[in-house]
Design a protein around this ligand. Structure first.
Ligand SMILES: Nc1ncnc2c1ncn2[C@@H]1O[C@H](COP(=O)(O)OP(=O)(O)OP(=O)(O)O)[C@@H](O)[C@H]1O
Length: 268
């Protein structure tokens, strides 16, 4: 469980958080989206105890696993030693620790890298190692700040599956990303941050309700009818009823999270 209420954090003249509220239940993945500088990383730093807010409250129940946006790894040790260190910090010992390392390495496609030094790994492998440090001990709360930046499609899929598995087992997850299709894949609820606050919160379906989609009908002779509408399917039916010419192509575009993001950019 994680509950943030009215967090305020200033850095000199910059107000990074300005009444930031977020409530995430066990088993829920909350996708945290928002433009650069919206306050996402500052929120993670407060939630993980690295920074204190000037006011507001943060309650985090249980052990926390963090994958920060900036890679924070020791280059001179191996992946196995790294995971031993983080698993050990979380209280895992001996057989349980070894088992947890083998399992997370398998999940994140790191088995072949376990005995390589972190400093010689590729950027994507380092990113996976960073995620593995957060996941290795199966913490109750996971804070993942853009964990798939620079990841290839296979890595991305492996990481998303590992996160989904943790949530299914009851973990509370906050997942920041600029890549919105990931949130649909994760079955995440969404929190949109802007200027240090969460300005929209709900399931993707709830937030997309009422946003317009688009219907395009191409007629014989290449004439095109394009309509922006709250209900693309009904509008299409109506358009087709009124046509007396053959139709060559139909294209329906339902509103997407990208549309939501654009729409909210204009909200104060
Ligand atoms: N240590 C710091 N000192 C001064 N300003 C800071 C510090 N950390 C963050 N800020 C400022 O606070 C604001 C919020 O930054 P933050 O990193 O939380 O945004 P973000 O939503 O994570 O952005 P991004 O999507 O680029 O990662 C920015 O204006 C940033 O410059």
């Amino acid at each position: 469980m994680l509950k943030a209420t009215g967090l305020v954090k200033r850095f000199h003249e910059v107000t990074a958080l300005d009444g930031f509220c977020l409530d995430v239940a066990p088993g829920e993945i909350a996708g945290l989206v928002g433009h650069n500088g919206a306050g996402k990383t500052t929120f993670f730093e407060i939630a993980s105890g690295l920074l204190s807010p000037e006011s507001g409250n943060i309650a985090v129940k249980g052990q926390v696993g963090v994958a920060p946006q900036q890679l924070a790894l020791y280059p001179s040790v191996t992946v196995r030693e790294t995971l031993r260190f983080f698993g050990g910090l979380a209280g895992l010992r001996r057989a349980a620790l070894k088992q947890a390392i083998d399992r997370v390495a398998e999940e994140l496609l790191l088995t072949g890298e376990l005995d390589r030094r972190v400093g010689i790994l590729s950027g994507g492998q380092q990113r996976r190692t960073q995620a593995a440090t957060a996941l290795v001990a199966d913490p109750a709360v996971l804070l993942l700040d853009e964990p798939t930046v620079g990841a290839d499609p296979e890595t991305r899929a492996a990481l998303l599956a590992a996160v989904r598995r943790r949530a299914k087992n009851g973990a509370t997850v906050v997942y920041a990303t600029h890549y919105l299709p990931e949130l649909a894949e994760l079955g995440a609820t969404i929190a949109v941050a802007k200027n240090g606050r969460v300005i929209a919160r709900g399931t993707g379906e709830e937030l997309l309700k009422g946003l317009p989609g688009e219907v395009r009908v191409t007629l014989d002779g290449d004439e095109e009818l394009a309509v922006t509408t709250a209900d693309p399917t009904a509008t299409l039916a109506e358009l087709l009823r009124g046509l007396d010419r053959p139709v060559r192509a139909i294209d329906i575009r339902q509103p997407s999270l990208d549309d939501l993001y654009k729409e909210l950019s204009h909200v104060a």
